[in-house]
Design a protein around this ligand. Structure first.
Ligand code: RNT
Ligand code: ZN
Length: 420
């Protein structure tokens, strides 16, 4: 079926497909650099295991090992994704070269270590988000911001403050806001004797990081919670209540971040979005796909991702209230296809959500017409969505479904297979 017919079918349900596509095209979605190298970064020994309770599994060939390789991979991904991507960097992706004096530890990072990334983003018209890296480093004892060892805690606070300065630099250079997400894997494998102490230290550490001056319109520090991680099963310092309370008490200088892999399995982030937007002007999201735990599988066009997208759209999240970022890492399949699939699926769910008569449905609900509401919600699922998606990709100048996998395979042969 052609787009023209699809458009008419949607119009019959009171949906303007043109407006939906136009709206989606301008929505920034942050592309996580860490899918390309299994969250290794460039500042520590790549043979050491990841720490902080996160894990990648799989050993598909072609992991990016240098900034140049990662940039080349991201470039290839950018050719295949419609919409308005932003880059999402971790501090561990600092670029050390002769020009900037070579390697420094994380507490000494400066904006100059990210200049190559600024050049990369500027040349491609991308904004950039940022994350301090509180894991996979010898200074994790294993705690970081919650450590009882003052020297360790200080090191990580200094790292956080350096990251605020870098975030401010990224935002100013690129003329786009920078969300800077604070997440630590601090926690314990087994039943702790003191749950409050680490949380008080974590709280003080975030206070100290946020005492670094920044313009809150440009830099959006976030606090991300988590329920548990591998090796820290019994207790997480930055629990949901901790992170949310911190953000609520510090609304003038930070925002909460919800990662949909970080809750008990029957909890859904889709429902949390409107709850938080009833209180917070802005929130941030990490979109991922947990299977039984925070497994960080590639994002699919599945029920919960669609529900998350529907809440973002219905709650006015596309008007800058919800900062959307991807956060998954699969090392068992072609990493570019993982990036592209998750990114395109996130866009698809948003387009799907924009192609619904949200106003009319709200009225049905308010009038108690639940029979009609259910029928309408079911019928919309089988409208010719694929035709609108294809038209959207065409307008963005990006390949339609069925047209991009060959390019990834060619890149794998020409570039990834050479990385041995
Ligand atoms: C880990 C958190 C965190 C990381 C990234 C790399 O469970 O989700 O956001 O995935 O910072
Ligand atoms: Zn996350």
């Amino acid at each position: 079926m052609s787009y023209k017919e699809a458009k008419e079918k949607y119009a019959a349900y009171g949906v303007d497909a043109e407006a939906a596509m136009e709206r989606l095209q301008a929505v920034p979605i942050s592309l996580h650099c860490w899918q390309g190298d299994d969250v290794r970064g460039f500042d520590t020994d790549p043979s050491k295991p990841l720490t902080g309770g996160i894990q990648t599994t799989g050993s598909y060939p072609g992991r990016a090992r240098t900034p140049g390789e990662l940039m080349a991979d991201i470039d290839q991904v950018l050719r295949l994704i419609p919409g308005t991507p932003k880059l999402n960097l971790h501090a561990s992706y600092a670029v050390f070269n002769e020009e900037n004096g070579g390697w420094v530890d994380r507490d000494k990072l400066e904006p100059k270590h990210f200049k190559p990334w600024v050049d990369f983003c500027r040349a491609r018209g991308l904004g950039c988000d940022f994350n301090p890296t509180f894991f996979s480093h010898p200074k994790c004892d294993p705690l970081t911001l919650a450590s009882p060892n003052e020297e360790t805690r200080r090191f990580w606070v200094d790292h956080g403050r350096a990251c605020i300065r870098i975030s401010q630099y990224l935002a100013q250079e690129l003329g786009d806001s920078c969300t800077m997400n604070i997440w630590t894997g601090d926690g314990f494998k087994d039943i702790p004797a003191d749950r409050m102490g680490p949380r008080m230290r974590y709280r003080q550490s975030i206070d100290e990081i946020l005492s670094e001056p920044y313009d809150f319109r440009l830099v959006k520090p976030c606090v991300e919670s988590k329920v548990f991680g591998i090796g820290v099963e019994a207790y997480t310092v930055g629990s949901a209540e901790f992170a949310l309370s911190y953000a609520a008490m510090n609304k003038e200088r930070c925002i909460p971040l919800l990662d949909n892999g970080h809750y008990h399995p029957t909890e859904v982030v889709s429902d949390k979005i409107p709850a938080l937007l009833a209180f917070f002007p802005e929130i941030a999201l990490h979109v991922t796909r947990p299977i039984r735990w925070d497994s960080d599988h590639v994002v699919l066009f599945d029920d919960e991702t669609r529900e998350i997208a529907r809440e973002i759209v219905r709650c006015g999240g596309l008007d800058g209230r919800v900062h959307i970022a991807l956060d998954y890492f699969d090392a068992s399949i072609n990493r570019l296809s993982a990036w592209v699939t998750g990114y395109r699926n996130t866009q698809k769910t948003l387009l799907f959500a924009l192609l619904q008569p949200n106003g009319a449905w709200k009225e049905l609900q308010d009038q108690g017409r639940f029979t009609e509401l259910m029928v309408a919600q079911e019928e919309i699922k089988t409208l010719p969505f694929g035709d609108v998606w294809e038209e959207y990709c065409r307008r963005c100048g990006k390949p339609a479904d069925g047209q991009w996998m060959g390019q990834v395979q060619a890149y794998e042969q020409a570039v990834l297979e050479e990385r041995v």
